[in-house]
Ligand binder design. Structure first.
Ligand SMILES: [Zn+2]
Length: 466
């Protein structure tokens, strides 16, 4: 067996690893690189192999940095099966369609901007931007999905088999064991945490000789999950008493549903006032439907909640908003309310409009619930900047900015080390991916000293026989 690392090398997006064995070639994940426009554009149009020569894809979970390049692979000629869990198939259908829509809009915007230049210089080489892929490519991807349940050993191609295990990171997430001949390779995908709302805890890993492991929080420790509900109640109460609104930029997939579930519980227990809650994101609406369908992924607590109260993602004060006009109408609301809206880093989407409307009022709160990349609007607010630019206009920040960082879907350093502990004795080599260099180095040192296993942090294009 041979591994070629194609993405998420010393960075946290673009997950993709190529496995070759006995004349067959498969990809573990096919994710979108997210970052600065020019760099992302170049990386997302490049594969390093011919798409037609890929026999199959095994997908760990639906997040776009793991699945988002699948339509590009199909556009370039891939026609093989894509194996993943049933919930991931349904989430991907909503997310890849949304991603294609964004790609098309993005290209349209850039082409509008260069239209004047094109009039003056008709053969201008960089004036016609093609979208990375379109809705047609996304739709052509859907029939290739093959849903397989957890723990079902499945034949992929040639001598290659795979089995998926519960990763506890998001709905339908898995880590995958690939077997080829006598070699067993475990790919962690993204490893979740115990006690996350809705989903089950990560399961124990199966024995393997080689491990490709994520390292997002390789040098950090999280706050305990149990504090999340308490802190959420505290900030909702404080803002409502001031008569303000709470604007929560949240990732449409996963984080929004977790927050809805927590707010539902808090309202039932009368720990927060009876204020209107809005989920303002068309993608979140579609994805929540997939969450409702896949009850097989729920933990015992959510299953019990459903038995006692019916729908965990719907309650009397909650409204889902698809329509743009309805979204705009929220701006004129003059009463305490909570608006959950994408994008999660407040970089794009409807939440930007809500923020431009709200950050100037000291009664309001901006609730930050996820990782905020450098230079994003979310990060600037979190860093306490007194003035920020929103939609090209300067805004004074007078609203309270509150951070709820207990809901992270990624295992921290201690949890990563504990997760691999049961199989550490049998491992010949660990490859760290999906992490920044500093996180990886710290984790690599810990793995070497605790378990005495060789650790590599591959670069894009590195090849390893195993
Ligand atoms: Zn993920």
């Amino acid at each position: 067996m041979q591994i070629t690392f194609r993405g998420a090398c010393r960075t946290v997006t673009g997950s993709s690893h190529e496995i070759q064995h006995a004349g067959k070639r498969i990809l573990l994940d096919c994710g979108l690189f997210q970052g600065r426009r020019a760099e992302a554009n170049e990386k997302n149009r490049w594969f390093g192999h011919s798409a037609k020569e890929v026999d199959a894809v095994v997908l760990s979970h639906a997040h776009i940095d793991h699945s988002g390049k699948l339509p590009k692979l199909v556009q370039k000629g891939f026609r093989g099966p894509i194996y993943t869990t049933p919930a991931t198939v349904d989430l991907c259908k909503a997310m890849l369609a949304d991603s294609a829509f964004i790609q098309e809009k993005d290209a349209e915007f850039l082409n509008r901007r260069t239209s004047r230049k094109r009039r003056l210089q008709p053969d201008c080489p960089d004036c016609d931007v093609e979208p990375l892929y379109t809705m047609v490519d996304a739709t052509a991807t859907f029939p290739l999905f093959r849903a397989t349940g957890l723990h079902e050993r499945t034949h992929i191609t040639g001598d290659l088999h795979y089995t998926a295990y519960e990763a506890g990171h998001m709905l339908g997430s898995s880590y995958v064991l690939v077997e080829g001949g006598s070699t067993r390779l475990l790919f962690s995908g993204d490893i979740g945490r115990k006690n996350l709302p809705i989903i089950r805890d990560p399961g124990p890993p199966p024995p393997a000789e080689y491990l490709i492991m994520e390292s997002t929080y390789g040098d950090r420790l999280h706050q305990p999950m149990e504090h999340a509900a308490f802190k959420l109640a505290e900030i909702i109460n404080r803002t409502a008493q001031r008569g303000g609104k709470i604007i929560a930029p949240a990732f449409a997939v996963g984080r929004t549903q977790q927050l809805v579930m927590l707010i539902n519980q808090l309202m039932r227990e009368r720990k927060i006032p009876d204020i209107p809650i809005f989920v303002d994101s068309p993608l979140a609406v579609n994805v929540t439907d997939a969450f409702r369908q896949h009850t097989e992924c729920y933990d015992a607590e959510t299953a019990q909640f459903m038995e006692d109260h019916d729908d965990p993602f719907g309650f009397h004060r909650l409204r889902y908003i698809r329509d743009v006009e309805e979204s705009k109408a929220l701006n004129s609301l003059r009463m305490p309310c909570l608006i959950l809206s994408a994008s999660g880093m407040a970089e794009a989407g409807r939440v930007v409009h809500h923020l431009s409307n709200s950050v100037g009022d000291p009664r309001n709160t901006v609730l930050i619930t996820g990782f905020q990349a450098e230079n994003s609007l979310g990060r600037k607010l979190l860093d306490g900047q007194k003035e920020v630019n929103i939609l090209g206009e300067p805004h004074r920040v007078r609203a309270e900015v509150f951070k709820l960082n207990e809901l992270s879907g990624h295992a921290d350093q201690r949890e990563l080390l504990e997760w691999m502990e049961p199989i550490a004795k049998g491992l010949k080599h660990v490859f760290l991916v999906h992490g920044e260099p500093l996180q990886q180095q710290t984790l690599a040192t810990m793995i070497r000293s605790m378990y005495n296993i060789p650790v590599t942090m591959p670069e894009t294009g590195d090849v390893f026989p195993c």
